[in-house]
Design a protein around this ligand. Sequence first.
Ligand code: ATP
Length: 610
Amino acid sequence: MSAPDELQDPLLGADFVNITCHGVRATLVVDAEGGISYAPLKPRPGSRACCACCGCGKCQAQHLQQQVRIEGSWKPHRQQAVVNAADPAHAPLVPGCKVVGAALESPNTFRVWYYTQRSRSKARSGAAAAAPAFKLRKTLPFVCSSGTEAQALVQRVRQGASWHGRGKPLRLLAIINPSSGRGKSAKLFQKQVAPVLEDAAGMTLSRMVTQHAGHASELTRQLSLAAVDMLVFVGGDGTVFEGLQGLLSRPDWDAARLLPIAHVPGGSGNGLAHSCGLQDAATAAFCICKGVVSPMDVASVLQAPAEPGGSPRRMYSMLMATYGLMSNLDVGTEHLRWMGDTRFLLGLLREIVKSRSYQASIAWLPAEEDCCSSTSAAACSSSSSSSSSSSKPPVQGAAAPPSGPPELPGSNGCAAAAAGGSSAAAAGAQQGASISLQDVPPGPDLPLLSQLGGQLPLSLPRQPRPCSQPHPCLPPHWRLQQQPLQMWALFNPPFVAADFKVNPQGRLSSGHMDMMWVQGLTGLAGRLKALEVQVKAQQGGHVSEDCVTLNKVRAMVFEPQDSSTCLMLDGEVVPAAPIYLEVHQGLIRVLINPAHRVEPAADRSRQQLA
Ligand SMILES: Nc1ncnc2c1ncn2[C@@H]1O[C@H](COP(=O)(O)OP(=O)(O)OP(=O)(O)O)[C@@H](O)[C@H]1O
């Protein structure tokens, strides 16, 4: 290719080729990010474009620009301009940040594929969404003088737009759950995502369809990390949850945790996708091409061995743990899967009408506290309720931090006895369930459990002591709540579904989870209040209600005590037994929308994907 004289200087480093678009001859330029711009070639004397313009260069430029604008509501991004921005004829047609690739239509004809932002009113999650939604567009066909030129330009667009500076395309593994949501996730992926990734971005896409519950775990446990650059889960949160269990239970979990995870929403709730700004399949396809990733917290969840002498069960949760109303509205509407996420609304209404309370014991370490730090211990002992992240006073019966001198957990009677091997008996705990650090399956370190002497009785005392006294079975600074509650949940990111911004203060990598419970909504007035709280939850306004209590948590023990509900992790039912949970900050990497409004500190380096 030889550069036309007028383009040489400003286009240093860019690729270009002479094209014809709707009868107008021009030079198409591709910049380093895959953005395209053009400059009209000098008109031949007496030549005419395909419309009634005079045929001069300026007319042809305007004509071409109009033609391209017909298909997409393109708005110029001045900061992205690669050529003389003062000259409208040289403004970029499509900036690189919007382009995802290009596809040949015939041996010497191709279109550039790009995305434009959807208006808020048309987007699925509306104003509360974590990031704008995007819609796929294609330019008019560009005709090159030869097939070789067209191929070279297509490759150049893909490389700049979606390969993140690599010489070869990204390798994606899509794990598709055909039974998620309404059962249409495979079709959705095939129609809206795969063509963008394969045909336009030129990525290498392998597909695996799950055959049964738990299959996603098996697939991620067996995959070769060297052969995949990004994992794409197509389904609901349960599918990602299963995949995560497989990744983090591998012997090489420390390498596996760095594999970027993308969630294409195909399930009912799709809380992870909504929290990351991947609110629909089209937007997810765009975000996969752009490859912006963010660290995300994950919690280790431990349960005592099911049989004597066995290993504790270790699971991982990245979205939420639920109990009471939130579990029942999910499990109780399984048969209404065909309704999509509307089933949650129905389930919620049913639970509000029932207006039930559930019994559980909850002990937790507030996010501000480090049970081995003398400074935080002093701060804790000097303030009672103020050390809680909640703006409200602790509920009746909740234990306050101890007022005595800071003390290591292992030095109190209960924990010391536990370390000696007779924890339950010494604690006076009912079940005797405990977890010993040395038996925990390999995985991320559990520093807070280590600080507890490496041994933890899971059965919490039934009778909490007065707030001013530490309970002998709880380490200093830990708090205890045992009042009946209607809903209990531990949230990590903000969304659990498109219209449920249940945890508005949630961040992907804050280092803690947000514990929320709802109490006292009984009788007719309580039910009406519950409805109001539900409406406010769509935008996150429910957290200021008096019936809602919030605490930031780094570690906790939760003991379910009610058989009429169940304990769920990321929307999946787990055995109804006590759990110990500890948060690992930024353990995994998830794909986010490049225009995410909440995670400005995200790791935006595209090189991370290489
Ligand atoms: N081939 C399959 N047949 C039946 N069930 C499957 C299959 N593959 C996976 N599953 C199970 O499907 C269940 C539901 O999947 P998933 O959670 O992704 O969808 P969802 O519940 O509709 O979405 P969300 O969790 O976002 O509300 C999971 O518990 C998973 O174990």
